[in-house]
Unconditional design. Structure first.
Length: 441
């Protein structure tokens, strides 16, 4: 094999942390690492993240877990694991329990991500669940053991179907069988709720009295790595934010469906969820709003159909007739027009505090209702360079207040034979002018 590129990212419990952060929440992260290069890399990567308080306990002689995946295109060829699986020391156990107990006072929820690597020992699991119960903090567990007695007192267990089958010593596959098996485990081990992830069959949420079964979001699966991490992170953040568990499960199902369409241990963002929910809940114009992974697939299909794809971008904070006329001009130069919209945080960085006036999904929704627009995508960066590189439009368009050399993405589009077009501006129309007139009145 010839290596073309290499990417280092947080995996395992670190991926749960990444997803919690990308959804806008903050967290404490407690784990055990070795005094090695992987451990130092992990420390550095966490140092790049905001809103996380990492407590990394170092054990001399222990290997920090590192998984190397070899991928060609969208296919994983092999995986090489370098890790320790022996139990951590009693001293490390004590440190975990002390740190976690201190953190519970400022935490809305406790997540135990059990990968069977020795960090979550019997003493640690029991100590954490008991401490959380005493503090009235919900406990969500992604289990690895086959005997779930150790998780007694947990608020929710989130096994996949295989893990449920291993725990109950049978092979339930139908809704009623899964409900019965999960409920039996909950009753036997004093577990309040269970969320069983079932791959292509969706998810089942079981309590003592009720069962909810929801199908998976249908989409092409590229990589299931870390999907379980995304599910429990989304479930935890949604629950901590006040969502009822059945609703949090539905949101986690959407999140899991999105990340399996991406390569590697991907993260989910609030924009992804907003877009997916918008598409589920609306008809007609709302279906023009695409998450970036689905946008890529749609653009590919358009090009295979021989259609010319155009692209323009902006904040579109207060939509006005100048915007409409520019979009009409843009559509006249292509068969399909993509409009990329800055996310809220991006607008604030570019325009300052007090902007945007309208939230990103409202801006995207208004644009999707315009006839010239065929697709709306939201991007979080300050510029659309990354999404231009991914979608590779045939025509990149921007207002004539720019020169061609100033257009972001120009070199990318020209590199594969695309072209740049500057759109004429209409005098007297700008969001800034509208806001100034509104303030004067």
């Amino acid at each position: 094999m010839h290596k073309q590129s290499e990417q280092v990212m947080l995996g395992g419990a670190g991926n749960v942390v990444r997803n919690i952060l990308s959804l806008g929440a903050s967290c404490h992260f407690i784990t055990v690492i070795g005094d090695d290069l992987t451990g130092h890399t992990l420390t550095a990567k966490l140092g790049e993240e905001e809103r996380v308080e990492p407590y990394l306990i170092t054990e001399t002689g222990r290997l920090s877990t590192e998984k190397s995946r070899f991928v060609a295109g969208s296919q994983q060829l092999l995986r090489c694991d370098d890790e320790s699986q022996q139990a951590i020391s009693e001293q490390s156990e004590t440190q975990i329990l002390e740190l976690a107990t201190q953190s519970l006072s400022e935490s809305a929820l406790l997540v135990l991500s059990d990968y069977g690597k020795g960090v979550l020992s019997d003493r640690v699991i029991r100590g954490l669940i008991d401490a959380a119960n005493a503090a009235n903090v919900p406990v969500f567990v992604d289990p690895k053991r086959t005997n779930w007695a150790i998780y007694a007192g947990a608020t929710l267990l989130s096994p996949n179907l295989l893990e449920l089958q291993q725990a109950c010593g049978a092979k339930p596959t139908q809704d009623t069988e899964i409900t019965e098996a999960a409920r039996h485990q909950c009753d036997m081990h004093a577990i309040q709720h269970m969320l069983v992830t079932r791959g292509a069959q969706g998810m089942s949420f079981i309590t003592h009295d009720n069962a909810h079964h929801i199908p998976a979001n249908a989409r092409e699966v590229f990589d299931v790595s870390g999907a379980g991490d995304t599910v429990i992170a989304t479930l935890a953040v949604a629950t901590a934010a006040g969502l009822a568990l059945p609703d949090a499960m539905a949101l986690a199902n959407v999140a899991g469906g999105i990340v399996v369409g991406r390569i590697g241990t991907a993260t989910i963002f609030r924009t992804d969820l907003k877009t997916a929910l918008w598409q589920q809940q609306t008809i007609g114009s709302g279906r023009k709003i695409f998450p970036q992974d689905l946008a890529h697939a749609q653009v590919k299909q358009w090009k295979e159909d021989g259609l010319t794809v155009g692209f323009t971008n902006g904040c579109f904070d207060v939509l006005h007739v100048g915007h409409l006329q520019s979009l009409q001009d843009a559509k006249s130069q292509c068969d399909r027009l993509i409009v990329a919209v800055n996310a809220d945080a991006s607008v604030t960085r570019l325009k300052g505090e007090g902007r945007p006036i309208n939230a990103e999904m409202d801006r995207a929704g208004l644009l999707s209702g315009l006839d010239p627009v065929d697709m709306v995508v939201i991007f979080r960066e300050d510029t659309p360079e990354q999404i231009i590189a991914r979608l590779q439009p045939d025509v990149l368009m921007k207002g004539a207040d720019y020169t061609e050399e100033q257009v972001v993405g120009r070199d990318i589009v020209l590199s594969y034979g695309g072209r740049i077009s500057l759109l004429p501006l209409r005098e007297g129309y700008s969001t800034t002018q509208i806001l100034q007139r509104a303030q004067k009145s």
